[in-house]
Design a protein. Structure first.
Lengths: 112, 254
């Protein structure tokens, strides 16, 4: 299994209150290989390697799940809307077709 | 005669390429939207972490450069500059290397992902500032600027191409390989690198981009951190300075 992937969760706008709808953006560095391209150095076909499942959850309760295929670009970003209900933690869990499991989280701190 | 013909032939191909762009306007709009979600932000964040762990963060950098932490962004906006301690006109990446040597650590290669990330982080500290490169400050930076200009304008390689072949003021706006040729100053070329390069799916710096262009144009590739490369960076940065383009890092390139 490869090392943990680099990823990032952003919440926009930066200042928000309870009841506001915020944008939760998730960016990940992932090759998203389709299984049709060749490795330039070895000349062998690179096996397919892509994210297939993404779950956005708030304090352990999932609010969005996505099924994703290899047609998504390299280093993709995903964006969902979320209505802020209070303080907590947004976690993004993602798995890929080679069995890697990773997650990234960000604290939600509404003001006022 | 041959030398005259080649640029002419290039001009003709440029002129007859028509309005065939690689991207439609709708695609281009999507690209600008993506600036908000630039994957390079991850690399910049990582660069900050590496700098903090390996070198002691901005505090150590400010101390090394001999400025206060508050004045650091303004000072960084003036890079590449002449550093007395190093006796040369240097870019930020070379300053970081010098810091590593001073602290007795292993040098990170100039052409490595780690160094690109760190460089992007340090340069992004100066975001929204204007460039403050003063080429009249001392003779070293003046010499570097002149060398950069010569490197920019000298035709080299099998095809006798120079940077000026595609980036002179006369052919701005024409199409080459389905890409519109930009005005380097107004496009803020010096101010938006390091950037996320779509075609390479990774973070690239200005000097790395020069190398890629040299390779494609069949010129001998100049190593990163050499006098010519730093000179080129000075020259391109002053073009952005003259056009009053604020620093906006990381950029997003096709």
């Amino acid at each position: 299994m490869a090392e943990a992937r680099k990823s990032m969760v952003k919440i926009k706008p930066k200042k928000y209150k309870v009841g506001d709808i915020v944008k939760v953006d998730f960016i990940v560095i992932h090759p998203m290989d389709t299984g049709t391209s060749k490795d330039k150095k070895t000349g062998k076909i690179k096996p397919a390697h892509y994210i297939d499942n993404i779950t956005f959850s708030f304090d352990g309760k999932p609010f969005t799940t996505m099924k994703v295929w290899e047609s998504i670009s390299t280093n993709p970003y995903f964006s969902v809307n979320y209505k802020v209900t209070g303080k907590g933690k947004i976690t993004v869990d993602y798995t890929d077709n080679q069995g890697e499991k990773n997650s990234k989280s960000k604290k939600l701190k509404p003001k006022g | 005669m041959k030398k005259l013909l080649l640029p002419l032939a290039l001009m003709v191909t440029v002129a007859t390429a028509g309005e065939q762009f690689a991207m439609s306007d709708a695609d281009r709009a999507m690209y600008t939207e993506m600036l908000e979600n630039n994957p390079a932000d991850i690399y910049v964040e990582e660069g900050g972490e590496i700098l903090e762990e390996a070198l002691g963060g901005e505090e150590a950098l400010a101390k090394f450069l001999g400025v206060t932490e508050k004045a650091l962004p303004k000072y960084i906006a003036g890079f590449p500059r002449y550093i007395k301690k190093l006796g040369n006109v240097v870019g930020i990446d070379q300053v970081l290397q010098a810091m590593q040597v001073e602290q007795g650590k292993k040098r990170t290669k100039l052409k490595s992902g780690k160094m690109f990330s760190m460089l992007a982080y340090v340069k992004s500290l100066a975001n929204d500032e204007q460039f403050t490169i003063d080429i009249k400050a001392d003779k070293h930076i003046k010499a570097s600027y002149d060398l950069g200009k010569v490197t920019f304008e000298t035709p080299r390689g099998g095809r006798g191409l120079s940077c000026l072949s595609c980036h002179s003021a006369d052919i701005v706006g024409q199409v080459l390989r389905t890409q519109p040729l930009p005005d380097l100053g107004k496009a803020g070329a010096g101010a938006t690198w390091p950037a996320y390069r779509m075609t390479k799916s990774s973070l690239r710096t200005l000097q790395r981009r020069f190398q890629g262009c040299m390779k494609n144009a069949l010129l001998k590739v100049i190593p990163i951190g050499s006098k010519e490369m730093v000179g080129l960076e000075v020259y391109i940065s002053t073009l952005a300075q003259e056009a009053k383009q604020p620093i906006a890092i990381p950029g997003l390139k096709r």
